[in-house]
Ligand binder design. Structure first.
Ligand code: DC
Length: 225
């Protein structure tokens, strides 16, 4: 079988999708595209413009009209890519706690999804891409050559997030992180449009007992098969 050209990786928050996707894209010389950053960019834009997150019309208009660019990283500061909103670099702003807290409700809006899905599909169909998200295998690129659904328990995902923050010298409360992870799972899986779920033809991997190297080795083997 030839190496798959369009690779979709879906799964819940903090399951290790981005780490896996980035590494796989590097190994294959493909574009890495983390679609979550687009929902995060719209959320940051709304917060900054004092648009109420529950104002669906205004948030959707922002998603339709804002210029969101996702480019290869211009700085070596740990970023996977540059995220620009109307020409302004907002890469680290998209990782702020207030974005974490508001991005799931924004991603529920059908009009926001329509606007962002169209852009993601256009980029994905060019091929030689590893695209990461919640609905890539089911909605954005159902024709993907390889679909991975990366899962892990909420407790394990919260533990990894906690260790990551502490490792960066920050302070964190495990129980709060776990509650946030569960909350996002509930919204991401329960929404009517493009809910989080594995595609029927996805390979499901549970990473509770696998470290990042083992997950990568398994997926790389699937690509080389
Ligand atoms: O992967 P992430 O944590 O950066 O995603 C942020 C939010 O965006 C998450 O709550 C779900 C949503 N999202 C989505 O609905 N569809 C995608 N393809 C990617 C992300």
């Amino acid at each position: 079988m030839p190496t798959p050209s369009i690779i979709a990786i879906d799964g819940p928050a903090a399951s290790g999708k981005s780490t896996l996707g980035r590494r796989l894209a590097d190994a294959l010389g493909y574009l890495f595209f983390d679609t979550g950053v687009m929902y995060r960019a719209v959320t940051w834009g709304a917060l900054q413009r004092s648009i109420q997150i529950d104002d669906e019309v205004a948030v959707t208009a922002l998603a339709e009209n804002a210029q969101i660019d996702v480019r290869p990283p211009s700085k070596n500061d740990g970023r996977a890519c540059d995220v620009l909103l109307d020409g302004v670099d907002i890469t680290w702003e998209t990782r702020r706690p207030e974005v974490d807290a508001n991005v799931s409700p924004v991603s529920v809006y059908a009009g926001v999804r329509r606007a962002l899905t169209a852009q993601q599909r256009r980029i994905g169909l060019r091929g030689r891409v590893v695209m990461v998200g919640r609905d890539i295998g089911t909605v954005v690129l159902p024709e993907a050559d390889l679909k991975i659904y990366l899962d892990a328990s909420a407790e394990e995902r919260a533990r990894r997030r906690y260790t990551e923050i502490i490792g960066r010298g920050g302070s964190a409360d495990y129980e709060k992180i776990l509650a946030g992870v569960r909350d996002r799972d509930r919204i991401d899986s329960g929404r009517l449009v493009a809910p989080l779920r594995p595609a029927e033809d996805a390979v499901i991997l549970n990473s509770d007992k696998l470290d990042a190297d083992e997950v990568f080795a398994r997926v790389e083997a699937l690509c080389r098969k």
